[in-house]
Design a protein around this ligand. Structure first.
Ligand code: IPD
Ligand code: CA
Ligand code: CA
Length: 284
């Protein structure tokens, strides 16, 4: 039952404490891209996690966001996001987490698809430990969690995110606008991994994002599945870690959200964005 969970939880907790130490000191950031930030905390957290994983499972491969790439041919591979929500972290906004997941058949073939085996996601600001193992359910601080019972989009609250990389090419603001007007609202909290955990524990009814990386999604996707939810690409086709699009819901609103996405991609039934210049004329 606790084949991986206990050990990964301990590693994530240790990394969380380290990250909180840096957070208390309000350290500075550097740029990886135009608005893509990285801090000393990201690197220190990655170093710690990678050292622990290597010591415990030397035969496994590791892919981590800040550069670790080891044993790409291994059957088992860890995906590590040492700090998801770096922009929040760097600005002192307390919404970030550590995400660690184990995948089997890391290089899938037509016979063997990738399999998410275990995942842990730790939010050190709230001391919340989310964990899941394939076929064993998902937990939050040791207690079983389940996706929400919300049955329709109109009564849903959802999350999404916007990339820092190639942001000028991303059409998500259109989806954000349309879905906001068709639901109770769409949050943009700045940590895709936590967004997925929030779907798993029923705080969100759904989440989507374009262009995420495997270290952003691996743990969170397993959490959603193990908590009874559904994860696909936007058109309902199977989600894979290299899919570059993720739609995760409680299952009950999945079809409706997919239909809405299809309409938005086709440009049908769109609410017009009010023009700021026209609006300005109405201001007194
Ligand atoms: C980012 C966060 C954010 C998402 C971005 C990711 P990082 O990860 O998950 O919510 O919108 O696409 O890159 O850079 O903070 O690890
Ligand atoms: Ca990330
Ligand atoms: Ca990160």
């Amino acid at each position: 039952m606790t084949h991986y969970r206990q050990d990964i939880e301990a590693i994530a907790r240790e990394a969380g404490a380290l990250v909180m130490d840096y957070f208390a000191r309000r350290i500075t950031f550097e740029y990886k891209g135009e608005v893509d930030l990285v801090t000393e905390a990201d690197r220190a957290s990655e170093k710690l996690i990678v050292e622990r994983l290597r010591a415990r499972w030397p035969e496994h491969g590791i892919v981590a966001e800040e550069g670790t790439r080891s044993d790409p041919g291994a059957d088992y591979r860890w995906y590590v996001d040492p700090l998801d929500g770096t922009t929040n972290f760097a600005h002192g906004y307390p919404v970030f987490c550590i995400s660690i997941a184990l995948v089997r058949n890391a290089t899938p073939t037509s016979e063997k698809d990738e399999q998410l085996e275990a995942g842990v996601l730790y939010d050190p600001t709230r001391d919340e430990m989310f964990a899941a193992e394939r076929g064993q359910g998902a937990t939050l601080n040791g207690k079983p969690i389940h996706v929400s019972p919300t049955k329709n989009l109109a009564e849903s609250i959802l999350g999404t995110g916007f990339p820092s990389h190639k942001r000028h090419h991303n059409p998500n603001v259109h989806f954000y606008h349309q879905i906001t007007l068709r639901s109770h609202g769409v949050r943009r909290a700045g940590s895709a991994a936590l967004d997925l955990a929030n779907v798993a524990c029923g705080r969100y009814d759904g989440f989507w994002e374009f262009n995420l990386n495997p270290w952003d999604t691996a743990a969170g996707v397993l959490l959603v599945r193990e908590a009874g939810g559904r994860v696909t690409r936007f058109d309902g086709s199977p989600f894979r870690l290299d899919s570059r699009e993720v739609l995760a819901t409680n299952g009950l609103i999945h079809q409706e959200l997919m239909t809405n996405f299809e309409e938005i991609f086709a440009g049908r039934g769109l609410e017009e964005l009010p023009s700021p210049t026209e609006y300005a004329k109405t201001r007194s």
